[in-house]
Design a protein. Sequence first.
Length: 195
Amino acid sequence: MPIGINGSGTITGISVGGLPDGIVDTDMIAAKAATKPKLGNGAILQCLQTVKSDQFTVSANASNFFDITGLSVDITMTAASNKVLVLFTTTWTGQNGQRGSFRVRRGSTDIGVGDARGSRTRAFFGSIQTSSTNQCLPVAGQFLDTPGTGTHTYKLQVGGESGVGTLTVNSNQSDGDSGDKFVGISTITVLEVAA
């Protein structure tokens, strides 16, 4: 087919691969015009985050983990083979030096937990302990998940050791103006990664 230019400037007759290398550079491509399949493996396709700034308190023991209210995020995958990078941060206090731990869930599935071993509780971290109810410890983690197609909810849970004790997120236990006067935030962030 011969190459033609009509009255409005439209070029016809160019076959795939018909332009010489280098004739189209990044300056000629409109901003955000590249489609997701063209971005390549490892590209970040979307980023979503939930921030929790209020205090969360729960009585917990080793047999239970509890959802941290308001700390979950939904992501709808663009391809079943893509991965999700889950990032979380929080601050934590246990009652009278009680040990606690955290885990990440996708829907009703625990992800990034240790192997089953005896009667031990499977979690993201083995255990975290504070020396005082006025002390807040920072906690952070990440996990690369392959959830498959559809919409998925990721959330952070907190759990404690045997013997019921109070666990507090985003503040010290006394929650007063003496001792540790700081309050913090918790975040959970998910990034879809092309694979």
